[in-house]
Design a protein around this ligand. Sequence first.
Ligand code: ZN
Length: 462
Amino acid sequence: MSEKMSISQKNEIKAKEVEFGGKIFELIKILYPICRSITGDGVRKTLKILQKEIPLEINEIPTKTKCFDWKIPKEWNITDAYIKDPNGNKIVDFKNSNLHVVSYSVPVNKKMKLKELKKHLHYLSEKPKAIPYRTSYYNEYWGFCISYNQFKTLPEGEYEVCINSSLKNGSLTYGEYIVPGKIKDEILLSCYICHPSLCNDNLSGVGLLTILAKILTKISTHYSYRFLFIPETIGAIAWLSKNENNVHKIKHGLVATCCGDRGTFTYKKTRGGDNIIDEIVEKVLKKSGETYEILDFWPSGSDERQFSSPGFNLPIGSLMKTLYDKFEEYHTSNDNLEFMEVKSLGNSLSKYLEVIYELENYTNKNKKSIEKTLKISVKNDPVFISQNMKCEPQLGKKDLYQKLGALTNENSNEIKRAIQWVMNFSDGYYSLSEISKKSKMNLKILTDAANLLKNANLLKEQ
Ligand code: ZN
């Protein structure tokens, strides 16, 4: 084995692109039917399947464990769920699609009129054939997701509703695998394993990282490679809280998601935007001759937002094909096996490998981060400092979204965005007007958000 990945190995891998794409697709096909969530047996089953490919370590963190501002929730499991119409016909069956049940639904077994049932039904009138994907992790609730076409045909009468689920003390499960290199400095490659039967978002990322880990196991590398298979948000927060003292080893990283659609590549830059990984991904995409898009960091999306919270600020970007929520199939039953393309999966894998090859051989030691100096508030342009520098605070329990909604009359997406921008960039370096420039959001909503967060003791003025 050579000290570093050699050019010939790289070309060999490139030649095998379709073969590797096929392997990722085979894995996605096996994982697709499993009902996953942020906790539960679906996650364990998924990780056990991955263990057949790589010697993944499976970890359990007990319910109620404190992780920064969060607590590990109760474990959710489900065996069956259905709705029977007034004639006793099963018209919605969890066994046909696990997307039919809102993830984390509490158990229910009762009869009710259509009017009451409708309060628990979710559909997308703009995508009438698709079943939407919905979750309710932190509010006790039950619900079903159906197509709008089906919703329209529901007759009046009494329905029988059953969700055979359990919400009990248990644990959160995640997988971790390290490929040791010559040095202890690490490259973090992370994906999320909490989505049920959805392919691009994110079985494609899970499959890609598994096959990538398998390839790297056979190659001698300079860096050590840490692979994470975690439930989104809470898994990243839990992992960071457990590994707080070791994250300094992480020198570069990527979150793998949406790697199998037929679209062109998208790269979401690191929070700083000027890290080596940003330079390298751009170089790889440019060299490919394919169409691509590079986007500046924004503080929502996937787990990069926890890794990039100001207290960690890890140089982690996200390389994908079409950006989540920019493809029509996103978070619906149409993000299925047919939506995946073997060629795209293979192409994504080869881009990841090229990025790794470039990182391994990176020699420009002159690369320096731009020095930033802490600022103090000036009149009309305050600078805040977050009191939750490490990972996002658990905002759901603090009613802030509702309060800001009442104050600004903005829609809930804008409110959430304003809070995320202010929380992530209030690190003492960015003033509100600079956050406004970066986010392209108006100063008024950001100021309202900052004042509200300050009153809730989540921010302090510098
Ligand atoms: Zn998602």
